[in-house]
Design a protein around this ligand. Structure first.
Ligand code: NAP
Length: 226
C-alpha cells in the first residue's frame, strides 16, 4: 500500500508508462502495444498497491482500456477518467467492466449538463466537477480526491494529461519502461505532450532511483527532486 506523504496534502502521484527508445507511447496510428506480459505483470502489481488509476479522455477514446488487474488478487481501486465535457462513450469498458471491483469516477467541469450527468450516474459512475474552465482543474481535483480518502494515484497517461501533471508539478514518482524499438513519426504521441517549457532549467527534475533490465526492456524508477 502506497500512503500519502505527510508533507503533501494531496494524493501521492506515480506516473507509469511504457515508451519506445524514441519516447513514443503509441505509433502515429495509435498502436499502443509496447509492453510484454512481464511488463504488464509489473504494472498490474503497481495497480494493486494504489487507491486509484487515472487516465485522460484521449486514452479512453483510443484504447478503450479496462484498467483492471489480471495477474493478482487485490482489493480493487477507483478508475478515474479526466474528461472536461463528459464525452466518453457510455459503452466504454471503464463504465461497464466490473464496476463492483473498480468503481469509476469521471472528473469533469461545471459546464456539463445534468442530463448527461444523470445518464452516467444511472450506470453507477461518480461524477466530480472540478472548475468551470475549458479543462478539468487538476489542482482542485487532487484535493477533492484527497478528501475522498484517495491517498495514491497511478497516472497512466496519455501524453496530454501527463503534461498537465508535470506542468503543475504534481508527479511524485515515475516508473518508465523503455521498449526496445523505435517508431518515429512527428504525430506519434510522446510520453509528455503539451506546449512544454521554454528553458531546460524550467523542466521538472527527478532523481534516478533504480534502473534494471528485463530481457530487452529497461525499467527506470525516478523520484521527484526537491
Ligand atoms: N504507452 C503507454 O504507457 C500509454 C499509456 C496511456 C496512454 N497511451 C497512449 O496515449 C494516447 C492518448 O494520449 P492523449 O494525449 O491523446 O490523451 P490523454 O492524455 O489520455 O487525454 C487528454 C485529454 O484529457 C482531457 N483533459 C481534461 N482536463 C485535462 C487537463 N487539465 N489536462 C490535460 N488533459 C485534460 C482533454 O480532453 P477534453 O478537454 O475534451 O476533456 C485532453 O484532450 C493513446 O494513443 C494511448 O494509446 C500510452
Amino acid at each position: 500500500m502506497i500512503l500519502r506523504l505527510k508533507e503533501i496534502k494531496r494524493p501521492y502521484v506515480i506516473l507509469s508508462a511504457a515508451m519506445t527508445i524514441d519516447g513514443k507511447i503509441a505509433t502515429r496510428t495509435g498502436d499502443p502495444e509496447l509492453s510484454d506480459e512481464n511488463d504488464w505483470r509489473e504494472v498490474h502489481k503497481l495497480r494493486s498497491q494504489v487507491d486509484a488509476i487515472m487516465v485522460g479522455k484521449g486514452t479512453i477514446l483510443k484504447d478503450n482500456p479496462k484498467l483492471h488487474i489480471k495477474f493478482f488478487k487485490h482489493k480493487g481501486y477507483y478508475r478515474i477518467i479526466v474528461d472536461s465535457n463528459l464525452s466518453i462513450p457510455i459503452e466504454s469498458n471503464v463504465v461497464n467492466y466490473q464496476p463492483e471491483i473498480y468503481p469509476t469516477i469521471i472528473c469533469t467541469t461545471e459546464n456539463v449538463s445534468m442530463e448527461n450527468i444523470n445518464e452516467f450516474e444511472s450506470r453507477n459512475v461518480k461524477i466530480i466537477k472540478s472548475g468551470d474552465g475549458k479543462q478539468v482543474d487538476l489542482t482542485k481535483l487532487v484535493l477533492i480526491l484527497s478528501n475522498m480518502g484517495i491517498n495514491s494515484i497511478l497516472l497512466e497517461g496519455g501524453g496530454n494529461l501527463n503534461w498537465s501533471f508535470i506542468k503543475l508539478n504534481l508527479i511524485d514518482e515515475m516508473r518508465i519502461t523503455i521498449a526496445p524499438w523505435i517508431v518515429g513519426g512527428k504525430d506519434a504521441i510522446t510520453l509528455v505532450e503539451g506546449i512544454g517549457f521554454k528553458k531546460m532549467k524550467q523542466g521538472r527534475k527527478f532523481k534516478l532511483l533504480k534502473v534494471y533490465k528485463r530481457d530487452n526492456y529497461a525499467i527506470l524508477k525516478y523520484k521527484k527532486r526537491k
